[in-house]
Design a protein around this ligand. Sequence first.
Ligand code: NAD
Length: 372
Amino acid sequence: MSNTLQVTDLSVPGYERVVRGKDPSCGLHAIIAVHDTTLGPALGGLRMWPYASEDEALFDVKRLSRGMTFKSAVARTGLGGGKAVIIGDPKKIKSEALYLAMGRFVDSLGGKYITAEDVNTSVGDLEIIRRATKYVTGLEKKDGGSGNPSPYTAIGVFLGVKAAVGWKFGNDSLKGKVVAIQGVGAVGSALARRLVEAGATVHAADKNTERLAQLQKEIGLVPTGEAEIMTMKCDVFAPCALGAILTDTTIPKLNTPIVAGAANNLLLEPRHGKMLADRDILYAPDYVINAGGIINVSVEFNPGGYDEKVSLAKIERIPQALKELWTIAKEERIPPSDAADRLAERIVADARGAKKAGSCAVPPRGRSGGGG
Ligand code: NAD
């Protein structure tokens, strides 16, 4: 195996480590950002994207890795936050040699960063990376991994939607509630099935009209136009497609008392959390309600290995986490999205403080240490 990997430290303030990996023999140009490992090794997916420049890739990997710290902190996975990106067009640059080089790059951090699937990388790609490093998660269940995270994300979102309905209407029954889902892909379709089973009427929009028709036949979902899905009168709007859809233009047009869905980075800017709150729309912060997938992956790190029961028990705590945030938001008169960020920052700061205190601790009187 040729090894022409060059690793360069980019020294980015506020991040534990940000490194560039280049391997001219296979065209690898990647960045790994380890944002924070106070709570555990930094876990986050590997994204492949045709970024226009390294600066653009750096901006994205920094933003995403910080988001992973927050997400894992609030979900109490015992993991830190990190992310990796490979710069390039997936249709052109994917190769076995590239993934092996990426595996060596991940391995060079000695376990500080653990990789997983993300946009434009598959379990198959991870299998190749696994040949060069053990710091890989999300492999098939038959290979000892936790498998596809989407069904677990959907369970968490479903429980979160129920919690939001309970919070807003004083009763969490979904019978007769109208839910509008934007995007019925891996997560959205599993969510739709659960909602229909619970007695909700589900409307959905998707660019994939075949999938919509199939779901209409299977579960009685009501196909709805892409433009209507965000403005229709409903009890819950569940965005499960794209990020950055809650903006100055779209928020005034929402006709729902609740926004609770799976998509990441829903708010175009943090201030849009306040805009929702000002309209009395209850928001389930994205990285809290959609944490089922990362929770499932984190169970791979249990001493006994992956166990679905442990994963489901942890996912069932998502409603509790949301209620905690809505309570903070109410008491402190801040939007739930800000409450989530504050809670995440506090969890990390407390752990950092506890670690520091532990490392400076004076041995108790009478136990001088070193005696056994
Ligand atoms: P997916 O690609 O399987 O599904 C997305 C669906 O949205 C597709 O069916 C696509 O056709 C549809 N879509 C795209 N643009 C649309 C538009 N303008 N209007 C309506 N539909 C549109 O993705 P997924 O795995 O289901 O993830 C959905 C979202 O949840 C993403 O934002 C993802 O980042 C986030 N998320 C997913 C997971 C997971 O475990 N899969 C975990 C956390 C967050």
